[in-house]
Ligand binder design. Structure first.
Ligand code: PRX
Length: 641
């Protein structure tokens, strides 16, 4: 077992970045093999570093990294740090309520708590290979639970605690979870989310769940179902703090995480143990240039991929101190983030453009009253950052003294793909900039040819596999093939459009499919349409995104009704229906009732035209004469809300 602290795979200068990039493309297998061998604890070496075929034929499509290797990711995130860093803080927990004392959980405490949680899961029937759903608030127990699943070889499926009962039950059923971990409630600002009540409602339609373990977080009055529900604290107290790690194959499933798709059904992206571990560690250290002793804070929720990779696995595998925040940026006031930065002397701060935009509109005293001098690196993730927000972040938070890494990646990619490396390669406002060594992006034109000129604009694809790419969609390998590998032969298609400048820097222009990024959240328009169409008065609907100052994009729904033009009550009911069924983040901001939707002659709704109308761009609608019903375009324009 080899374990080295310093690494020649972490670029510390522009020249080294270039050199690593060159090595990684000239001999990718050697590059990853050397890094993986040097930096992790393996129980057995791989027999075959990489086996892959990127094909649109599901029977032929597959990617395997480190095949034959044996490991447990938690030994790399916890055990191996104990000798040197047992007393170092692994997780700082900052609660929703600023008056609640922060916790500093050391690596030794983390080890005990994860082991106890793992034994608690086992005592409640969990075993290797089981899928376990985590529907929890952002407390340390969520991190323990994620790691405890990994410890025993169970597959975690974390569902963001803002999702509705229907979204939860769909996800539990899709991956047939037998255990659900939740809490009585979750604090979010001045509200309590009734997590247990929502879980109970969700589980009415799930026959696969045998046990529910309930954390008491808010002392809320809840119902416990006899024989099914047990209290976390009671089970935890009984469990031993020793739990040997299950030895996993590199290609065994580590987790499933659902993301919106362009059909109504969410996609359960599958990530595996070895490749995911290697890449999140590698990208965390390269991008943020983490140094011993730094306090690192990613404001995401563990319910999203950002939380998985860059609150839990990336930082902990690097032996870092990672801050977990339970609350929201606006509670008790809009200065909360900056208060937390000052309080914990945060050095590296990673957040979403939507948060920056909303905080930038607030009274500047909420920023200036806090000492932000500990900050040395800033980051953004989740959506393109506009110039104004970038400049505000740079000037008021970074005091023009901190590099800003604009990190482009996806649930599917597992880790950061295109970004500057803090203080090492140049950041350029609104550009994600350059691929990490090991990542080979390209731009494709509409006819499927690669754009080979230095400058260009097209669809963003990745030409060569990387260790943390999702291996499949749970239970639907064909859909995985169709979604990612059928648009451009032999390449992974990201669903994003991008521009490249003469120096090879990428600027992401946004989704080119039926996914809309609202406040950094990935929403499938088809899923929202399906719910709107359930309203008894709705004949059909088309949902598109339109630009929004704070949220980046917002949802615009065009709705035709069954023989009535009534709009007041219906629009309210549609909003309520969507919020209740899918969660408040999916609620359409604008709803336009119209008598017709533009369609092709084959009856397909022309969302491209509706997208332009929603954005107020009536000039470039293209040729509408070939539509089935060109006359409706004018009516839709006139009725724009
Ligand atoms: O459109 C891109 C956008 O977010 C999508 C991925 O969303 P999700 O799977 O939820 O993961 C979000 C966190 C990694 C991408 O296809 N996106 C993400 N980061 C950026 C971005 N768009 C522009 N710039 C970014 N830095």
């Amino acid at each position: 077992m080899l374990l080295r602290q310093m690494s020649n795979f972490i670029a510390s200068s522009e020249a080294q970045y270039e050199d690593l990039y060159k090595q990684s493309t000239e001999d990718p297998k050697k590059f990853w093999s050397d890094f993986a061998e040097q930096e992790f604890v393996w129980h057995k070496q791989w027999d075959n570093l990489l086996d892959y075929k990127l094909s649109s034929d599901a029977n032929d499509l597959g990617v395997k990294w480190f095949e034959g290797a044996k490991l447990n990711i938690t030994e790399n995130c916890i055990d191996r740090h104990l000798a040197a860093k047992g007393e170092q803080t692994a997780i700082i927990f900052e609660a929703n309520d600023p008056k609640e004392e922060a916790l500093h959980i050391t690596y030794s405490e983390l080890a005990k708590n994860v082991n106890k949680t793992a034994n608690m899961l086992k005592a409640n029937g969990a075993k290797k290979g089981d899928r376990i759903c985590l529907y929890m608030p952002m407390t340390p127990e969520l991190a323990y639970a994620v790691l405890a699943c990994a410890r025993i070889g169970a597959v975690h499926s974390v569902v963001f605690a803002g999702f509705s009962a229907k979204s939860l039950s769909d996800r539990v059923m899709d991956s047939k979870c037998n255990l659900v971990l939740t809490a009585d409630g979750g604090y979010r600002g001045n509200k309590i989310t009734s997590l247990k009540e929502i879980t109970d409602e969700a589980l009415m339609s799930c026959d696969c769940v045998e046990k529910v373990i309930v954390l008491n977080r808010t002392n809320s009055k809840i119902a416990m179902e006899y024989g099914r529900d047990v209290w976390w604290q009671e089970e935890f107290a009984k469990a031993s703090d020793v739990c040997p790690a299950e030895i996993m194959d590199a290609e065994d499933m580590l987790f499933i995480l659902y993301t919106s798709g362009s059909t109504g059904k969410p996609k359960g992206m599958v990530h595996t143990c070895g490749g995911y571990m290697v890449y999140v560690n590698y990208s965390f250290r390269n991008v943020f240039q983490y140094e011993e002793g730094d306090i690192y804070w990613c404001t995401a929720d563990i319910g999203w991929i950002t939380g998985h990779s860059y609150i839990v696995y990336g930082p902990l595998s690097a032996g870092a101190t990672t801050l977990m925040f339970e609350g929201v940026p606006s509670y008790p006031d809009m200065g909360r983030f900056w208060e937390v930065v000052e309080k914990h002397k945060v050095n590296i701060f990673y957040t979403a453009p939507t948060a920056i935009r909303s905080l930038a509109t607030c009274d500047m005293r909420l920023v200036t009253k806090h000492d932000l001098s500990s900050l040395k690196t800033l980051g953004t993730v989740g959506e393109p950052i506009n110039l104004e927000a970038w400049e505000w972040y740079d000037e008021h938070i970074g005091k023009k003294n901190c590099p800003i890494v604009d990190t482009w990646w996806q649930t599917e990619t597992g880790g950061i793909m295109i970004t500057s490396l803090a203080g090492v390669t140049k950041d350029i406002p609104t550009y994600a900039t350059l691929p990490l060594p090991g990542i080979q992006p390209c731009l494709m034109d509409e006819s499927g040819n690669e754009i080979t000129s230095a400058e260009g604009e097209g669809r963003l694809c990745i030409k060569y596999p990387w260790p943390s790419m999702a291996r499949t969609i749970y239970g639907d390998h064909q859909r995985y093939a169709d979604t990612y590998f059928s648009s451009f032969a032999g390449k992974y298609f990201t669903g994003d459009g991008a521009k490249r400048n003469a120096e090879g820097n990428y600027r992401i222009t946004g989704r080119v499919d039926d996914i809309v990024i609202v406040s950094g959240h990935n929403l499938g328009t088809a899923e929202i349409e399906n719910i709107i169409n359930e309203h008894e008065l709705v004949a059909e609907s088309a949902v598109v995104g339109y630009p929004h100052d704070v949220k980046g994009n917002s949802i615009y729904a065009f709705v035709t009704l069954k023989g009535t033009s009534e709009s007041g009550a219906v629009t309210r009911e549609i909003r309520e229906l969507v919020a209740k069924t899918l969660g408040p983040i999916c609620k359409p901001e604008k709803i336009q009732i119209t008598t017709g939707l533009p369609k092709t002659r084959s009856g397909k709704i022309m969302r491209r035209i509706l997208r332009k109308i929603a954005a107020g761009d009536f000039e470039n609608l293209g040729d509408i004469s070939t539509l089935l019903n060109p006359e409706c375009v004018e009516e839709v324009i006139k009725g724009r809300v």
